[in-house]
Design a binder for this molecule. Sequence first.
Ligand code: GLA
Length: 400
Amino acid sequence: MTQFNSTSRRSLLLTLGASSMVAACGGGSGGGYSSGSSGGSSSSSSSSSTSSASLPDPATAPALKTLFASNFKVGLVADDWISGDASISALVIKHASSMTAESVMKANPIGVSAGVYNFVPADKLVTFTQANGIALRGHALSWHQTTPSWFFDGDSTASNYKSIVRARLETYITDVVTHFKGKVYAWDVVNEVVSDDASQTYRNSQMYQVLGKDFIDYAFKAARAADPNVQLFINDFSTDDPAKRGRLMTVVDDLLARGIPVDGVGHQTHVNTSVNLTEVENALIAVESRGLINHVTEMDVSLYADPGSCYATPATGCLSEFTGNTLSLALQAQALKYRALFNLFIKHSSVKVVTMWGTSDAHSWLNTFPITRTNYPLLFDRTANPKSAFWAVADPTFVP
Ligand code: GLA
């Protein structure tokens, strides 16, 4: 699992207020996909150990990538281990038209030292995606949590220190984007550069401390120079929080005003069952109104509507109970929320990919973050079979 610093994530997921239970609606409206799915009401057993709902036979599950082909790519996330895992490989090959590397394309595994790269795990993922006709989304060139410490080596008081750090950043991005040129269709150039603190716009990362906000310009320009055709994104979490979004769009507007080559905004979309759909949509509108592309980059829907204190250090108030109390009620709420979210995404043609951050519930960072507990945030259960949430998304007639 990737490194995570809970301090920096305090507003993650749950700037969104109390856990209002999702009402029993969710609507099948807005479908731009052909609902050729079968088996909405058939009810043979599923192997799901996570739901009391009667689910359709997993064998009848339609491929998500086909259902949504006219709307957006459907993305799933794993690392190079996938080629040795038959059931997860099969799941991804069936449903995904896009993949993102969970860890192996980040700077700390790739950037061993200045000018020395380890592309082996990432290249295995490239091989897997190419062999299976899956597009690969690059994640992430610059992120404060995965920037190798050697980027900052040297005497920070020396007059050439800034130019040394800048050159390391630019060289790293140039070399990595060049390596994957033609193999990835989009890059998260910068990840989480927006502050969670209302008193400042930019995250006070080490890169920001050394280079100021200009490091974002350097990163985008280096990426564009290395690959004129790849799409370049700024990616962040809690874009559904109006205050965070306001800061994000300030950053985006500043970049656009100076002609920095930003193609779109990545919305991580780590949410829970009480996420405010209006605010999710407002985030999409903010981006498309600037003529930019929306990518949903890391979606999961947690069953725990934790308070903000759960994302502080030390974490307090993290819930041990599901939203709605029982697991089956929580899974029902989750299914309705997933359906509503997909219906929103379908409404906006600016949304070009919807990526879930993981594959099955067994492969989710939310089993260990913000605390260790069993979570169920994805569309497939621990045995890789479709959950209610899958069927809610795939079949408008399915009643969770
Ligand atoms: C962030 C990062 C991702 C991943 C997730 C959690 O959202 O952007 O790369 O690390 O956290 O695993």
